[in-house]
Design a protein around this ligand. Structure first.
Ligand code: F6P
Length: 367
């Protein structure tokens, strides 16, 4: 039996995506393993995520050329070294109730002879994969999001590289903050979950870390800074997650835009915190938004390894007829979970376990 695997990347990009595509392709086409399988594969990359599979005209050769990228071991040989996604991505939701294009999507999948879709993405992209699975399309999910907030897995691709970027950038800020005796407020990504801010802040030794799971009080931020000033330390680094909320308030929105999955655009909390610090304490403070730098650049060694293991496992799942599931990391082992279990839930920071609400930082004791 021969099966055609289509692989696509959806949602925000991150380092590690090209590695997964490489390892899905390599393990699906590996000659030594092919002999042991009852099924053989061909692999095609779909450009621009779900948008590619919706917008393609299967009967038009030019359109197929635009949206499909047949893959082989030679093509993907070097891909794991590079960040971003060579297939492109989109935030298209084919099941958007305001413009439901799911019938066309399913029709296109059939017409293109695609037997299984490997979707690499976060909650939104995998939500579409799960809906397709319920409608009879074979799908396998691979977790990615620098926010690391997907449930059902301890790791999502991109997180480690992003934490490294945050750490490196804060190391840079420290020297200039020290020279000028300034406070720097650093805004990280993390829409709902504070993992990036918490791990980035802990790794870089930030004085204060503000996360969405624990709304913050500006008076408290200022008194922590004043307390420190008394100890003759001349600068401080504050890390704040873009989704952090001022107590009794909601997140700060960058604009009024809403994407295909209903998400608002966050941004501006670092600038708010920095301005308030200057106003309330008179300490000089500047803010910086790390933004998409956190998603850019080459993948860390950890992300390359996870990409390799996730990609290989996805092909094993297809070989075993294990559909409607997402590859996952659990207690250090690669396993899989039903996609049903990861939809409409997020893995948030357990404040009681990991966050010190007195210091506004990671816990120093678990007693
Ligand atoms: O979902 C991942 C994420 O990195 C969020 O933390 C952030 O809000 C969002 O993507 C920004 O995505 P973009 O600007 O690419 O639409």
């Amino acid at each position: 039996m021969k099966m055609r695997i289509a692989v696509l990347t959806g949602g925000g990009d991150c380092p590690g995506l090209n590695g997964v595509i490489k390892w899905v392709t390599k393990s699906a086409l590996d000659q030594k393993i092919v002999e042991k399988r009852s099924v053989s594969f061909d692999v095609v990359g779909v450009k621009e995520g779900w948008r590619g599979l919706v917008d393609i005209d299967p009967d038009d050769a030019k359109s197929r050329e635009t949206f499909l990228n047949p893959l082989n071991e030679e093509i993907v040989r070097t891909w794991d070294r590079y960040g971003g996604t060579n297939l492109g991505t989109s935030r298209t939701n084919p099941f958007n109730p305001k413009n439901d294009r799911s019938e066309k999507l399913i029709d296109n999948i059939k017409k293109l002879g695609i037997d299984v879709v490997v979707a690499i993405g976060g909650e939104d992209t995998l939500g579409v994969a799960y809906k397709l699975h319920k409608l009879g399309v074979k799908t396998v999910g691979i977790p990615k999001t620098i926010d690391n907030d997907l449930t059902g897995t301890e790791y999502s691709l991109g997180f480690d590289t992003a934490v490294n970027v945050i750490t490196e950038e804060i190391d840079r800020l420290r020297t200039t903050a020290g020279s000028h005796s300034r406070i720097f407020v650093v805004e990280t990504m993390g829409r709902h979950a504070g993992w990036l801010a918490l791990h980035g802040g802990e790794a870089s030794g930030a004085y204060i870390i503000l996360i969405p799971e624990h709304p913050f009080d500006m008076n408290k931020v200022c008194s922590l800074l004043s307390e420190r000033k008394g100890r003759e330390i001349n600068y401080s680094i504050i890390v704040v997650s873009e989704g952090a909320k001022i107590a009794g308030n909601h997140e700060i929105l960058k604009d009024n835009k809403i994407d295909d999955f209903g998400h608002v655009t966050l941004g501006g909390v670092a600038s708010y915190v920095s301005n308030e610090i200057e106003k309330r304490t008179g300490f000089e403070s500047k803010s910086i938004v790390l933004s998409h730098l956190q998603r850019g650049g080459t993948p860390s060694a950890h992300d390359r390894l996870m990409a390799r293991w996730f990609g290989i496992s996805a092909v094993d799942m297809i070989t075993n007829d294990d559909f409607g599931r997402m590859v996952s990391l659990s207690r250090g082992e690669i396993t899989s979970v039903p996609m049903k279990e990861i939809i409409n839930k997020l893995k948030l920071v357990d404040v009681e376990k990991y966050y010190d609400t007195d210091r506004y930082n990671g816990r120093r004791s678990i007693l």
